[in-house]
Design a binder for this molecule. Structure first.
Ligand SMILES: Cc1cc2nc3c(=O)[nH]c(=O)nc-3n(C[C@H](O)[C@H](O)[C@H](O)COP(=O)(O)OP(=O)(O)OC[C@H]3O[C@@H](n4cnc5c(N)ncnc54)[C@H](O)[C@@H]3O)c2cc1C
Length: 286
C-alpha cells in the first residue's frame, strides 16, 4: 500500500484519479484505520489530505464560515465565533467519539464514511451547509444532503475530494440544535439523530426551518414536511405535535440491536420536538 501526503488539492486529485486500484482519502483515520485493520477495505493508495491548506482552515466567508473538511472536532470547539453562530453544528461534531477521537475525527470523514448514523451530518444539513467538492473536472458545490446516497455510497465521482464546507451566514433570530439518542451515555452510535434550524421574525413567528434526521433511513434525511409544521407558527405545542408526527412519518428505519423500527420512529418524533425547543430558545436570544 502506497501513502502520499500532497500539499495541494490538484496533486491529491491527480493521485486519486490516476490510481486504477482502490484509492482512499485519509483524513483523521478514525474510521479508515479501523476498516483497514479489520480487512473491511484493502486500498492500494492512501492520499492524506491534512497537508492541504484549505482542508485544515476555518475562515469567515460571505457572512458565514468556510470550514476545511479535515478540521478536527477539537479544533471546531476552539473556534469561538463558529460555536456562537452555529452551536448545533459544533455540538454535533463534538459528540463523535472520545477526547482522543476528537483530536483526529473530521466532518469530511464523518460524511464520506457513508454512515446513516453519522452525528455531524444532520446538523450540517439543518444549517444548509454545502460541500465544496474538487475533482478532475474542477470544483462544484453540493448541498450536504445530496452527498450520501446509501450506506457507504456517495455521489462523489472517482478522484473527487470534499475540500471544505460552506456553512452559510446565519439570518437574524436563527437558532440551531442537534440531539441524538444512544443506548449508553457516550461512545455509541446514534439510534436517532436530529438536526434542526429555525428562524423567527420580530413577532416570534417561525419564517423558515430545516429539519434533518439521521439513523432512521438509508441516508440522512432532510424532512420538508417537518419544517412545514413549524413555519408560520410560534413553535407552540400544536406545532411541536405536528413536527413530531411529520418526523415520525419520514422514518424508514432498520431493526437492530440498538432499537426496533417502532422505537426509532417514536424517538425521532421526541428528538425533533426537543431539538426544536432548543433551537427556539437560541433563535430568541440571537
Ligand atoms: C472509538 C470511536 C468512536 C466513534 N464515535 C462516533 C460517534 O459518536 N459518532 C459518529 O458519527 N462517528 C463516530 N465514530 C466514527 C468516526 O470517528 C467519525 O465518522 C469521524 O468523523 C471520521 O472522520 P475521520 O477524519 O477520522 O475520517 P477517516 O477515517 O479519515 O475517513 C473516513 C472515510 O471518509 C473518506 N474521506 C475522509 N475525508 C474525506 C474527504 N475530505 N473527501 C472525500 N473522502 C473523504 C475516507 O476515504 C474514508 O472512506 C467513532 C469512531 C471511533 C473509532
Amino acid at each position: 500500500m502506497r501513502y502520499e501526503a500532497p500539499d495541494s488539492l490538484d496533486r491529491a486529485v491527480a493521485l486519486l484519479a490516476a490510481e486504477a486500484g482502490e484509492a482512499r482519502v485519509l483524513a483523521g483515520g478514525t474510521d479508515l484505520l479501523v476498516q483497514l485493520r479489520t480487512d473491511v477495505i484493502d486500498p492500494v493508495l492512501l492520499v492524506d489530505i491534512k497537508g492541504i491548506a484549505e482542508t485544515r482552515q476555518i475562515r469567515e466567508e460571505a457572512g458565514g464560515f468556510r470550514v476545511g473538511a479535515a478540521v478536527t472536532g477539537a479544533e471546531l470547539k476552539e473556534h469561538r465565533k463558529l460555536k456562537a453562530a452555529w452551536p448545533g453544528v459544533v455540538e454535533a461534531a463534538n459528540l463523535i467519539g472520545s477526547t482522543q477521537v476528537q483530536g483526529r475525527a473530521t466532518m469530511g470523514g464523518n460524511l464520506c464514511n457513508g454512515s446513516p448514523a453519522a452525528d455531524s451530518v444532520p446538523a450540517l444539513i439543518a444549517a444548509g451547509a454545502k460541500a465544496s467538492v474538487v475533482g478532475p473536472n474542477g470544483r462544484r458545490d453540493v448541498p450536504v444532503e445530496d452527498v450520501m446516497l446509501a450506506p457507504r455510497k456517495l455521489s462523489l465521482a472517482k478522484g473527487e475530494i470534499i475540500a471544505s464546507f460552506l456553512i452559510p451566514a446565519k439570518p437574524a433570530h436563527t437558532g440551531d440544535a442537534y440531539l441524538r439518542f444512544i443506548p449508553r451515555t457516550e461512545m455509541d452510535i446514534a439510534v436517532v439523530g436530529c438536526g434542526l434550524c429555525l428562524t423567527l421574525d420580530t413577532k416570534g413567528i417561525c419564517t423558515a426551518a430545516r429539519v434533518s434526521l439521521g439513523a432512521v433511513a438509508a441516508r440522512p434525511l432532510l424532512v420538508a414536511e417537518a419544517a412545514e409544521a413549524l413555519v408560520g407558527t410560534k413553535v407552540d405545542d400544536g406545532a411541536l405535535q405536528k413536527l413530531d408526527a411529520a418526523a415520525q412519518a419520514a422514518c424508514r428505519p432498520i431493526d437492530d440491536k440498538r432499537g426496533t423500527k417502532e422505537y426509532r420512529i417514536k424517538v425521532a418524533g421526541v428528538l425533533a420536538r426537543r431539538a426544536a425547543q432548543i433551537a427556539l430558545e437560541r433563535a430568541r436570544k440571537a
